[in-house]
Design a protein around this ligand. Structure first.
Ligand SMILES: NC(=O)c1ccc[n+]([C@@H]2O[C@H](COP(=O)([O-])OP(=O)(O)OC[C@H]3O[C@@H](n4cnc5c(N)ncnc54)[C@H](O)[C@@H]3O)[C@@H](O)[C@H]2O)c1
Length: 314
């Protein structure tokens, strides 16, 4: 049993995260919650940060507070830039700004997100009350925004890069959720958007190393003590259920962004620990679908390859 836990666990290596001198990181959702702690940890490790968010007041005051508390002298070591991740031009402007400032991007980390907005599947709906569809803003921010971020980040990570650079030095880290792989009652659009983020990672992970020489990982936090979870927080704690600190989740995010050996993982974070979901699903396939089905599936996947010869061009 211990062996299984060890195989899937992603352990934070503080020495690695402390050696980020010269790296440039873009962090969306950086004004608050998990993103703000990612910003702080990467800055402490020596990276230069572009903090991007919709909440300008919080983002600017975070940047000023970190400059003061960490004794940052160079203005460019940490800057704030407004972004609305659901607006393609805004995402493009964020990465253009970063390249103008630093000439490159090494770590693209996408923490911006919003939770469910009620309106879908109300049991009171009738044929008389459904003339207009409820909002899909959550899909726009969480899934459309992740597509925009990933597309522009891939171009930016390649900017000015030496062609002989080895795989692993550039990374994208996205945030899904427990709601990206488990039932999440009441979170209809949120859960669909987070499953979408998982799907995007799974569709890209075989393709990115050869097509872009970039690593990609997804973090799937369970309950985390941020403003997003504030409505449920007290009742949750009363039930003695585990609650991640935003610092703990940020540590796993930073590890996946910095560790050149981590690619294609979906890391569930609960009680402050990170576990790769994908490894277990793959390893146990023969147990839950049978040896022959697992072999056939592996052969089919090998036949399809990275999709670069057919899928992406269709
Ligand atoms: N807190 C949890 O329990 C939990 C659990 C699982 C997954 N997550 C995910 O983790 C990520 C971070 O969440 P958090 O808990 O830190 O939330 P949070 O609300 O504390 O922070 C989210 C940040 O994203 C920003 N943001 C929202 N919409 C934006 C937009 N359109 N453009 C740019 N920035 C925008 C907000 O201003 C805020 O600063 C989200 O993707 C969330 O879905 C959180």
């Amino acid at each position: 049993m211990n062996l299984l836990i060890t195989m899937a666990e992603i352990v934070v290596n503080l020495d690695l995260i402390a050696r980020l001198d010269g790296k440039v990181a873009v962090v969306t959702g950086g004004s608050d919650g998990i993103g703000s702690k990612v910003v702080e940890q990467l800055l402490c490790g020596g990276a230069r940060l572009v903090v991007a968010d919709l909440n300008d007041a919080k983002g600017q005051s975070l940047v000023e507070a970190l400059k003061e508390s960490k004794g940052i002298q160079q203005q460019q070591d940490i800057v704030y830039k407004h972004v609305d991740v659901s607006d393609y031009d805004s995402v493009l402007a964020l990465f253009k700004y970063t390249i103008d400032l630093h000439g490159k991007v090494d770590m693209a980390i996408h923490c911006a997100g919003i939770t469910e907005i009620s309106g879908w599947f109300d049991p009171a709906i009738t044929m008389d009350t459904i003339s207009t569809p409820p909002a899909l803003k959550v899909l726009d921010v969480n899934l459309r925004g992740t597509f925009y971020f990933t597309q522009v980040a891939l171009a930016a990570l390649g900017h000015g890069r030496q062609s002989d650079k080895g795989a692993g030095d550039k990374s994208i880290t996205l945030i899904s959720s427990i709601a990206g792989f488990k039932e999440s009652p009441g979170l209809f659009v949120y859960s669909a958007s987070k499953h979408g983020v998982m799907g995007l990672m799974r569709s890209l992970r075989g393709y990115l190393p050869s097509a872009f020489n970039v690593r990609l990982n997804v973090i799937c936090p369970w309950a985390t003590d941020t403003p997003m979870f504030s409505n449920l927080r007290d009742a949750w704690v009363q039930e003695n259920l585990p609650l991640n600190t935003p610092d703990e989740v940020a540590g796993i995010v930073a590890q996946c962004a910095a560790d050149e050996s981590i690619h294609g993982k979906a890391v569930y974070v609960a009680g402050g620990k990170g576990f790769d979901i994908e490894e277990g699903i793959d390893r146990l396939e023969a147990q839950w679908m049978g040896e022959k089905q697992a072999r056939d599936l592996a052969n089919g996947q090998a036949f399809l390859g990275t999709g670069s010869s057919w899928g992406a061009k269709r």
